[in-house]
Design a protein. Structure first.
Length: 576
């Protein structure tokens, strides 16, 4: 779902009669210590007696002028970070938010908390409303402005924001940079340029789920300067984790029917395709008698909104959906999330199961694992690619044009559709062959590599990215097939320490078996969270032990599982 895709919603636009600055001004009387100022603002504005882990640390960094990446679990109050920080900064706050439905919820939440005036500028508003919004931002009458990456690709948007001199540039759901930026929403890769164009205020990137490799990409793509990285609490102790292995598609469906029939409360079932969303929902209605709906990106906007509302209001107990469903869905009492099909990564799986049990009550996440399902995911891993000949053609035509050329003209000359051209330009920009302005202009820097060299480098980079993405899929297989504690697997994947057994996953239901121990012979010589170097794969971080093997996240080669015996016999790794 992209910006402008949700029907039946108009972005809230404050009326001109609403007075700006009607909320308390904590900055006027707050103490000088940044942490105390943050706590004072949180109490006065949000009524919070205390901030949750990570909130104060992130907000203090932002108010001190630091770029900040905050990775905190869903329900931990990430929005409070920018709301409190904004109250202590002079100038409006720009919030990049991916979906109109999510923007709606965020604007309404700010209105309910009375922390300032907020609006969303998107395709649901009229030209006159849009003008009023930007006038209000420039005059100080609007404290928060929500925009999609596509809106920030508009030259008029950027020029108006530059006039307003924003004090904070927030990227919400920042993992979308990694998930969507390389393919169908390439404007995510230009957010750093947009931030520069509006005056380069401090950047705050927020996400609920980001593994170390995704965190690194967020920092790199946003060109964050010496950022404060705040990572807090991936563990969801109220969420039970289960994996079931099946070898036939019909066995998976039978198992799903059984789970949906016996589990109480509301739930989400994730599938891989639009066709599956409709067919599985129909089967569940027929075989369980429960109120089941479906949701996918191919539905009409009004139908998607109706399906979402039906789920939120309890008219539908279970929704069968593709990954298009869920972002911004804040329903506290979801009791189960079941993956009928394999997720695209452990990151995506944990993001999706995090929609269960937000009220703190027991919930369950079930993966119906069929090894054969990994083939389709592997085929698409790393997103779309652009041919080397196409890359060279675009680079050469941009160079021949001299000066500045519009992307539209360049696409016509290169005979590439807009989406494919955007992908090619994004790849070439990564290797310094072109720069793309927010107005759509393409310029070749003086020190740009020759077109054939640029094409070779860009092609190499996208091949490397596909390889890293395939290693992330390897981690999905490892998660599904591990016999050790699944919660420990997930927490160490995200770089957190974890006990040997959690007592709340199907692996821990089995009696301990020495053969399944996470720490096998030799693991003490290769401690978790230590840095290593491999001759071919470069530097990496040991994430966890898996029996007599170690799992290493290499900076440039992704995830690798290595036998300790072979590592030591061949001298494959060097401790750093």
């Amino acid at each position: 779902m992209v910006e402008g895709s949700v029907d039946g919603y108009r972005a809230p636009v404050p009326t001109p009669t609403e007075a700006p600055g009607t909320h308390p001004d904590p900055a006027a009387s707050a103490p000088e210590d940044p942490a105390e100022r943050i706590r004072s603002a949180a109490t006065e504005l949000l009524g919070l007696d205390e901030l949750r882990p990570g909130q104060a640390e992130a907000a203090v960094a932002v108010v001190s002028g630091r770029d900040t990446l905050a990775v905190m679990p869903t329900g931990s109050g990430k929005s409070a970070v920018y709301q409190v920080a904004a109250a202590l900064l002079e100038g409006p706050t720009v919030v990049v938010s991916p979906l109109i439905a999510l923007q709606k919820d965020q604007v309404e939440a700010i209105a309910a908390q009375e922390v300032g005036l907020a609006a969303a500028a998107n395709s649901t508003i009229s030209t006159s409303e849009r003008e009023w919004i930007f006038d209000a931002v420039a005059s100080g009458g609007l404290e928060f402005l929500f925009l999609s990456p596509e809106q920030l690709a508009r030259e008029d948007t950027v020029s108006r924001l530059a006039e307003a001199e924003p004090s904070l540039f927030v990227v919400d759901e920042a993992h979308c940079i990694s998930e969507w930026g390389h393919d169908f929403r390439t404007d995510y890769l230009r957010l750093a340029a947009a931030a520069e164009a509006v005056g380069r205020p401090p950047i705050l990137a927020l996400t609920a789920t980001a593994s170390p490799v995704v965190r690194d990409e967020i920092v790199e793509r946003l060109r964050m300067r010496d950022p404060e990285v705040v990572v807090r609490g991936f563990d969801r102790p109220n969420l039970r984790i289960e994996v079931e292995t099946h070898h036939r598609e019909r066995d998976k469906l039978d198992a799903l029917v059984g789970h949906v029939g016996r589990l109480e409360g509301t739930g989400i079932v994730y599938v891989a395709t639009r066709k599956a969303a409709e067919e599985v929902a129909s089967a569940l209605v027929e075989r369980t008698g429960r109120r089941v709906g479906h949701y996918h990106g191919g539905m009409r906007a009004a139908d998607r909104r109706a399906a979402q509302d039906a789920f939120m209001e309890g008219e539908v107990e279970v929704v069968v959906a593709t990954t298009a469903f869920g972002m911004g869905i804040d329903k506290a009492d979801v009791r189960f999330v079941i993956h009928h099909d394999v997720p695209e990564s452990v990151d995506a799986w944990y993001q999706e199961v995090g929609r269960a049990g937000r009220d703190g009550e027991p919930a369950v996440a079930i993966l119906l694992w069929r090894p054969e399902d990994l083939g389709l995911r592997s085929f698409f891993a790393g997103g779309g690619t652009v041919g080397r000949d196409e890359l060279e053609r675009v680079a050469a035509m941009a160079a021949v044009a001299g000066g500045s050329v519009s992307a539209e003209d360049l696409g016509g000359e290169a005979r590439l559709a807009p989406t494919r051209l955007a992908m090619a330009l994004a790849r070439l920009e990564e290797v310094g062959a072109v720069t793309t302005g927010v107005d759509g202009s393409v310029v070749v820097p003086e020190d740009a590599p020759r077109p054939e060299v640029a094409a070779e480098e860009a092609d190499h980079d996208q091949a490397a990215r596909r390889q890293v993405e395939r290693t992330r899929l390897d981690m999905v297989r490892a998660f599904a097939e591990t016999r050790s504690c699944r919660r420990r697997f997930v927490l160490t994947y995200f770089g957190e320490d974890a006990p040997e057994r959690c007592g709340s996953c199907d692996s821990c239901d089995r009696p301990p078996d020495p053969d399944d121990a996470a720490h096998g012979p030799g693991t003490d010589r290769w401690p978790e969270q230590s840095r290593v170097r491999h001759d071919a794969w470069g530097e990496g971080l040991i994430l966890r032990h898996e029996g007599d093997a170690i799992v290493v996240l290499f900076d440039d080669a992704g995830y690798r599982t290595l036998s300790i015996e072979l590592v030591e016999q061949g001298g494959l790794l060097e401790r750093l």
